[in-house]
Write a protein that binds this ligand. Structure first.
Ligand code: GLN
Length: 280
C-alpha cells in the first residue's frame, strides 16, 4: 500500500491541470475513478475538500498519464455520450464526435415525412449514428454496416444494452449488403488524407476509421458510386466529411447527376456534411 498522504479532490484537479490536462478531461477521469455519475461535475465542486484514498489517487494518476499521451477520455472511462445515449466505446472503434450529431439531426429532418423509413448507416463503428436514429424513429428499419467484425461487436453490444432493434451486417460499404433499397444511406466514413499531420494526434483510434487515400475521399467516392443503385427514388445519401471537403463532395455528387446537392454546418459553423437525392 502506498504511504502517500491523502490529497483532496481540489488538489488532484490542480495537479492534473499542472500536468497539462484539460479541466473537463480531469473532471471526467476523476468522476470515473470515484465511481460517480458522468454528470457529476457539480458534485466535484461541492466535495472539493474531500480526501481521496491513495489507491484512487494512483488510479487517477495513471489515467491522467494515458490521457496526456493522447488516449481519448472515452476509451479511459469506457463510455461516450452521443445523442444523449451512453455508448460503450474502446480502441476497436472511433471515439464518436459531437459534430456527428449534425448528421443525425439532418437525417431525422430528411426522414421526417417518410413513414417506416429503411435506413443504412455505413461504417457504424460504435453504432452511434444507427442507434441515435433508431432511438428517435422506432418505426424505422435501421441497418448498421461495418467492415470490421470488432466494430460490429461493439455496436451490437450497444444496441443490446440500449434495447434498440438495429440490424447488423459485416460488409465493405454496401458490397455484401442484401437489404434495401433504402430511403436513406448515412455515413461518417474515414476521410482524412493519408499524409495529413492531424493523424499523428489520433494514433489511439483505428486508422481504418480515419484515413482514406491521398485526398481523404477514396471511401466517399466508393460510397457515392454504390449508394446510387441502392436507394429508393427520392432517397437520400448524407455524408460527413472533413471541414474543407464539402466542395469536393458536392462536385462528386453533381458529376454523378445526384439531385438537391446541399450541405450542413457542424457546431463550429463548418460545412461538415454534404448530401443529395438519388440520381434518376
Ligand atoms: N472528425 C474526425 C477528426 O477529424 C475524423 C472522423 C472521420 O474520419 N470520420 O478527428
Amino acid at each position: 500500500m502506498s504511504q502517500k498522504p491523502q490529497a483532496t479532490i481540489a488538489e488532484l484537479l490542480l495537479r492534473a491541470a499542472q500536468s497539462g490536462l484539460a479541466r473537463i478531461d480531469a473532471q471526467m477521469l476523476l468522476l470515473h475513478v470515484l465511481g460517480q455519475p458522468r454528470g457529476g461535475r457539480a458534485w466535484l465542486l461541492a466535495h472539493d475538500t474531500d480526501p481521496v484514498t491513495a489507491d484512487t489517487q494512483a488510479q487517477f494518476a495513471a489515467l491522467c498519464a494515458r490521457r496526456v499521451a493522447g488516449e481519448p477520455v472515452a476509451y479511459l472511462t469506457g463510455v461516450k455520450e452521443f445523442w444523449g445515449l451512453p455508448l460503450r466505446v474502446d480502441a476497436r472503434v472511433l471515439d464518436p464526435r459531437p459534430d456527428t450529431e449534425t448528421l443525425v439531426s439532418w437525417a431525422l429532418e430528411v426522414m421526417a415525412d417518410v413513414p417506416n423509413p429503411v435506413i443504412a448507416d455505413l461504417g457504424t463503428g460504435s453504432g452511434a449514428i444507427a442507434l441515435a436514429l433508431q432511438s428517435e424513429r422506432p418505426d424505422a428499419r435501421v441497418l448498421a454496416v461495418d467492415a470490421s467484425a470488432d466494430a460490429i461487436a461493439v455496436a451490437r453490444a450497444n444496441a443490446a444494452a440500449l434495447q434498440l432493434p438495429v440490424e447488423f451486417a459485416q460488409s465493405n460499404w454496401l458490397e455484401g449488403v442484401a437489404q434495401g433499397p433504402f430511403d436513406l444511406i448515412v455515413s461518417n466514413p474515414p476521410y482524412i488524407p493519408a499524409a495529413d499531420p492531424h493523424l499523428a494526434a489520433l494514433t489511439h483510434e483505428p486508422l481504418c476509421a480515419l484515413a482514406s487515400g491521398a485526398d481523404g475521399l477514396d471511401d466517399i467516392r466508393r460510397i457515392i458510386t454504390q449508394a446510387q443503385h441502392r436507394l429508393k427514388p427520392g432517397g437520400w445519401l448524407l455524408l460527413e466529411h472533413g471541414y474543407d471537403q464539402s466542395e469536393a463532395v458536392q462536385t462528386l455528387l453533381r458529376a454523378a447527376q445526384w439531385h438537391a446537392v446541399q450541405c450542413q454546418n457542424d457546431l463550429a459553423g463548418l460545412a461538415r456534411c454534404t448530401g443529395a437525392q438519388r440520381p434518376d
